[in-house]
Design a protein around this ligand. Structure first.
Ligand code: HAM
Length: 477
């Protein structure tokens, strides 16, 4: 007797922090990207797509050797030819590279671009923080004007709020430029040197590489020291001050709620002047009360308690006038920002906002017998080309079963194709609500269905959409 196979292999699983996106989340993602694209296109942004893999040096210097992303989070591989390539951890540096490489300098300025796709960071997977995540991003290249910073914020803010999310607050700061930042860094370093025994190990190292990052530290000990630290706003040069004031004035004008966040520095070295984050503030606090700003992500482990953090960053960005220069090109003023798609999906679900729901087909094809089954393909194709959505259950053979499915999906017309109809090139149209049916020739099928559908009352879901009627042209005298 053959021995029974005892081997019990473990099924291969997806890599940690990377997951499949199933239909429900894809419908949410579609809704988010559709809304974001619609607003971006209105404001003159054009689509762009860059590769998932880039030369490692594209990220190293611009993001900063001391940044978390470059230090510990990049997926880097060596090619057979010896090149070092990195899975893109963010989208801004690739866009600036693409600007230079594709001669966009000769395009009308500012060059406004939008993009979406997967990004990769080898993070500690926690709630709201994945190793592969999706972003929608916009970049405005080639303009100093403060209205560009405000426009980036506005587009991202509108996308989130028009999806139905509430309590969105923009945290904003200016981290100055090459002229004024060095003096601030000096003061900040001097302050933290005195506190060296109270800050974490990482911050001791950051003090040498990039003291601004100390303001970003989530360690409770470091948080305490932050309170007495000097603030960048007191060191801004006249130009940076004016620029920042103008950005805030544009936000006021646009009615976008914001709060000045003196500790906001963001994680990448390429930023200068404006930096911002769009927070969803849960359980908004009373006006004037100090906000409890928790980075969702640091605060809650993935498999931990279901409790939600008090606020979560759904997006972020800023101005990056020196990025092109860091990459070896001529300086190019620019600003932009990105939205985290998975975090928005999570918040939409919590707020019970529905995803994009494709309309249910109102027609259902039922086939009985081998000849009818064969004919089904041709008829389905005919209806697809005519733009009629059709449901089917091609693997079933039983009339009752198929009629039940048709009723379940709410079909208004069932098309019944039996052996006899297949032979006579005809088909039965059964009107489900009325319980009546008629037989028509297959070549008349599309025309008849269209006629009937036109007369049918709209379903609740469709009826909920506003009907757009062309307005009467006004008489010109
Ligand atoms: P970022 O703040 O690193 O900025 O990312 C933007 C948004 O992506 C975050 O606010 C967050 O919602 C989401 N996000 C970031 N990391 C993760 C993660 N590990 N898992 C899930 N969601 C995440 C940038 O990437 C800049 N390139 C944005 C920008 C564009 N700045 C100027 N232009």
């Amino acid at each position: 007797m053959p021995k029974k196979l005892k081997q019990k292999k473990e099924m291969v699983r997806s890599p940690k922090g990377m997951r499949d996106m199933l239909v429900a989340d894809i419908r949410y993602k579609e809704k988010i990207l559709e809304k974001a694209r619609e607003i971006a296109e209105f404001y003159g942004f054009q689509p762009i797509k860059t590769p998932h893999l880039e030369h490692t040096e594209l990220f190293e210097r611009p993001l900063g050797d001391a940044s978390d992303v470059v230090e510990k989070q990049m997926y880097t591989l060596k090619t057979k030819g010896g090149d070092s390539l990195t899975l893109r951890p963010e989208g801004t540096a690739p866009i600036v590279r693409a600007y230079a490489e594709n001669g966009m300098v000769s395009w009308p300025h500012p060059v406004k671009l939008y993009y979406s796709g997967s990004f990769f960071r080898h993070e500690n997977p926690q709630k709201g923080r994945l190793r592969e995540f999706h972003q929608f991003g916009i970049e405005l290249l080639g303009d100093h004007d403060a209205i560009m910073d405000a426009l980036a914020i506005k587009v991202l803010y509108l996308a989130i709020t028009e999806l139905g999310l509430k309590n969105i607050l923009v945290h904003i700061n200016s981290i100055g430029d090459r002229v004024c930042r060095p003096q601030y860094k000096k003061e900040l370093t001097a302050y933290y040197r005195k506190k060296i025994n109270y800050i974490c190990k990482d911050c001791k190292r950051r003090l040498k590489d990039n003291p601004l990052r100390l303001l970003d530290c989530k360690d409770p000990g470091c948080q305490e020291q932050k309170a007495g630290a000097p603030q960048m706003v007191d060191f801004l040069c006249e130009e940076c001050k004016t620029h920042f004031r103008e950005v805030l004035e544009f936000l006021d004008e646009a009615g976008i709620p914001y709060t000045l966040d003196h500790n906001l520095v963001r994680g990448f070295d390429y930023y200068g002047r404006t930096v911002f984050e769009l927070f969803l503030e849960r359980g908004a606090k009373e006006k004037g009360q100090e906000k409890e700003k928790i980075d969702a992500v640091e605060a809650k482990p993935e498999n931990g308690a279901a409790e939600e953090p008090s606020s979560i960053a759904l997006g972020g960005g800023g101005r990056y006038d020196e990025l092109m220069y860091i990459l070896g090109g001529r300086p190019l003023p620019a600003a932009g920002g990105g939205l985290g798609v998975e975090r928005i999906i999570h918040e939409m679900k919590l707020a019970e906002i529905s995803p994009k729901i494709p309309p249910e087909p109102k027609v259902f094809l039922i086939q009985i017998g081998p000849a009818a089954k064969k004919r089904s393909f041709m008829l389905l194709e005919e209806m697809r080309k005519a733009g009629i959505g059709v449901g089917e259950s091609l693997s079933r053979d039983n009339l009752r079963t198929q009629l039940n499915i048709a009723a379940k999906v709410g079909a208004k017309i069932s098309l019944i194709l039996g052996q006899k109809e297949a032979m006579t090139d005809s088909i039965i149209l059964r009107y489900m609500d009325e319980g009546v049916q008629e037989t028509v020739l297959q070549k008349k099928m599309v025309e008849r269905i269209k006629e009937k559908l036109k007369k049918m009352p709209r379903t609740a879901r469709v009826a909920a959409l506003p009907e757009i009627k062309p307005s009467e042209p006004e008489a010109i005298s």
